[in-house]
Design a protein around this ligand. Structure first.
Ligand code: ZN
Length: 150
C-alpha cells in the first residue's frame, strides 16, 4: 500500500467516525434488526434494516465503539442501502475476504469499503471492522441471537 493510499484510507475512516452516516436512527418500517458486541474492544451496536421486495430500502444503527467499528458500520450501511439481498451477500463475502484473507487482496470494486483494508495489518482490530457486518448478516437472517466476535 502506498503512503498516499494509506492516508486516503485514514481520512475516510476518520470522516465516518466523526460523522457516521445513518447513525442513531431506526429507519421507518424497520423490518430486520440485530445486535452484537466485540468484548475485546467494547464495541456494541444494533443494526436496523428496512427490507422490502428483497431489497434493502433503508438502514440505521445505534451503539458505541471505537473509530474502526463505527466507521465500518457507517461505510457498510451506506454501501448496502438500495442493494438487493443477493448483492449484499456478495458484498459481505468480498469484504470478509478483504479483511481476513492473508493473500494479497486485489478485488475490483469495493469502492470506499477498501478504506477498511488497512486493519488487516492490525489483527486486534479486524474484529472491530467485521462486527457490524456479522450483525447485519444476523439481521437479514432474522437470527435472534446476539452476535459476538468471541
Ligand atoms: Zn473496536
Amino acid at each position: 500500500m502506498t503512503d498516499d493510499l494509506r492516508s486516503l484510507y485514514e481520512e475516510v475512516i476518520l470522516d465516518h467516525n466523526r460523522n457516521p452516516r445513518n447513525f442513531d436512527k431506526i429507519p421507518r418500517a424497520c423490518s430486520h434488526s440485530a445486535e452484537g458486541n466485540n468484548p475485546l474492544c467494547g464495541d456494541q451496536f444494533s443494526v436496523y434494516l428496512t427490507v422490502k421486495d428483497g431489497r434493502v430500502e433503508d438502514v440505521g444503527f445505534k451503539g458505541r465503539g471505537c473509530a474502526i467499528s463505527k466507521a465500518s458500520a457507517s461505510l457498510m450501511l451506506e454501501a448496502i442501502k438500495g442493494k438487493s439481498l443477493e448483492e449484499v451477500k456478495e458484498l459481505f463475502d468480498k469484504t470478509h475476504r478483504m479483511l481476513t484473507d492473508d493473500s494479497e487482496f486485489d478485488d475490483e470494486d469495493l469502492g470506499k469499503l477498501e478504506a477498511l483494508s488497512g486493519v488487516k495489518e492490525f489483527p486486534m482490530r479486524v474484529k472491530c471492522a467485521t462486527l457490524s457486518w456479522h450483525i447485519m448478516n444476523a439481521a437479514i437472517q432474522e437470527s435472534e441471537q446476539v452476535v459476538t466476535t468471541e
